[in-house]
Design a protein around this ligand. Structure first.
Ligand code: FDA
Length: 396
């Protein structure tokens, strides 16, 4: 075959959310696009997402929903490709969806529909998609980039790295993007599992394991970051949306403050109960506000028992304080095995927020989760993937 057959305007490595979006956008611009995926399955995380229904975006998406060393970096792409643009695409493809909670949009039927949407767009845009293609080597040359793969040696003007982060290693995740960034002299900020359940110290696990499966609405807080959502007790520790959200702000060895009654002034309420039902047991009263087994566990832990009229003012204040400010020090997290995303990544100072091209390596682009941009739970990670895929797709 003539070497011409092995050349494309654009090569994109990684057929996930960002790579597929970038490929379709570039294809519609008339670029010849080759999309290479090393696994045998395209868009695996899209299929897994949202419990099989893909939480594909969020109505309230804004730059405030992202963690990054540079909070401004995501603004440009998100403003050019807001949630409304992806919703319009979903509607154009006739996919039914609904808002679950807090602006989170899910497919009515299946996340397969979102993957099919992207594959259809790639097909219409003339993208050449190839699975089971391993990348062996990348070299820069005068014509752009030379990519040695199991599907041959390819030449391109623009090379896009869209291989995602480290979460779910047995689902095809690799450190390829970080290694490629380092190969071209780009700084990579420390990586950590995020949107991930906490594990507990053995002593605390013994206490809370019997509550496995019980959930309760809390406020989880670290510094200025706070989330009021459910906590789920598990047989390994703590999970649920409030915990996943706050895990993105947690550093090993750190504490998390949990308010077990985020929407109630417990001291005032207990005072009212003491007036109304002086002989009622404090546990019986608290069980009106939270699962009986949770009340039992915490009251055993803190030694709260007996009729409420035996609690004087300071004692009642101590009960309220204990429930409003339960401080835990997680043993760790469940790690990349169950994390939804990777926090940290390629330093955004190294990449243009307009084009996603590496400042030190013209023609080389990085998009998606491999960048140091981590979204909150609720469709924000896909929204960033769509936005930067679209942005880079305009320039490659
Ligand atoms: P993504 O991981 O999607 O794609 C990377 C692709 O590159 C993969 O296909 C991978 O196989 C391929 N690849 C990796 N290494 C390679 C190599 N060396 N060579 C070639 N190809 C390679 N977000 C959200 O907004 N809403 C949600 O509902 C969910 N739900 C959810 C559930 C679960 C279980 C997980 C793990 C994650 C989520 N997320 C989510 C997060 C979301 O899936 C994630 O942020 C995006 O998929 C990131 O998109 P990317 O395209 O950057 O990477």
């Amino acid at each position: 075959m003539h070497s011409q057959d092995f050349s494309r305007d654009v090569i994109i490595i990684g057929a996930g959310a960002a790579g597929l979006m970038c490929a379709a956008t570039a294809g519609y611009r008339g670029r010849s696009v080759l999309l290479l995926e090393h696994s045998n399955k395209i868009g695996r995380k899209i299929l897994m997402s949202g419990g099989g229904r893909c939480n594909f975006t969020n109505l309230h998406n804004s730059p405030a929903n992202y963690l990054s060393a540079n909070a401004h970096f995501c603004k440009s792409a998100l403003s050019r490709y807001p949630a409304a643009r992806f919703i319009e695409l979903v509607e154009r493809h006739g996919i039914d969806y609904h808002e679950k909670t807090l602006g989170q949009l899910f497919c009515d039927v299946s996340s397969k529909e979102i993957l099919q949407l992207l594959l259809t767009e790639c097909d219409w845009a003339g993208v050449d998609v190839r699975t089971e293609s391993s990348i062996y080597r990348i070299d820069k040359n005068s014509d752009g980039y030379r990519v040695k793969t199991s599907a041959g040696i390819w030449q391109c003007r623009s090379l896009v790295i869209a291989t995602g982060g480290l979460s779910i290693p047995n689902g095809g995740a690799t450190p390829f993007a970080y290694e490629t960034a380092r190969q071209f002299g780009l700084n990579v900020l420390p990586l950590q599992a995020a949107l991930v359940p906490f594990t507990l110290q053995p002593r605390e696990l013994d206490i809370f394991k019997p509550l496995s499966g019980v959930s309760h609405r809390i406020r989880a807080r670290i510094g200025d970051a706070a989330f009021v959502e459910n906590l789920l007790f598990t047989h390994r520790g703590l999970s649920g949306p409030a915990i996943l959200q706050i895990s993105s702000y947690w550093d090993p060895g750190g504490e998390v403050e949990i308010d077990l009654f985020p929407e109630l002034d417990l001291l005032q309420w207990l005072g009212e109960q003491r007036e109304a039902r002086p002989r009622a047991d404090i546990r019986t009263l608290l069980s009106q506000q939270m699962h009986k087994r949770v009340v039992q566990t915490f009251c055993d832990l803190w030694g709260f028992e007996g009729p409420i009229n035996r609690f004087d003012g300071p004692q009642l204040a101590a009960v309220a304080e204990a429930f409003h400010r339960w401080v835990i020090k997680p043993a760790g997290t469940e790690g990349y095995r169950t994390a939804e995303v990777t926090r940290g990544g390629i330093d955004t100072d190294e990449v243009s927020s307009k084009t996603f091209e590496a400042k030190k390596a013209p023609g080389l682009y990085f998009i998606g989760e491999c960048l140091d941009v981590t979204g909150h739970l609720g469709g924000h990670n896909f929204q960033f993937a769509w936005a930067c895929g679209d942005a880079a797709g305009q320039y490659v």
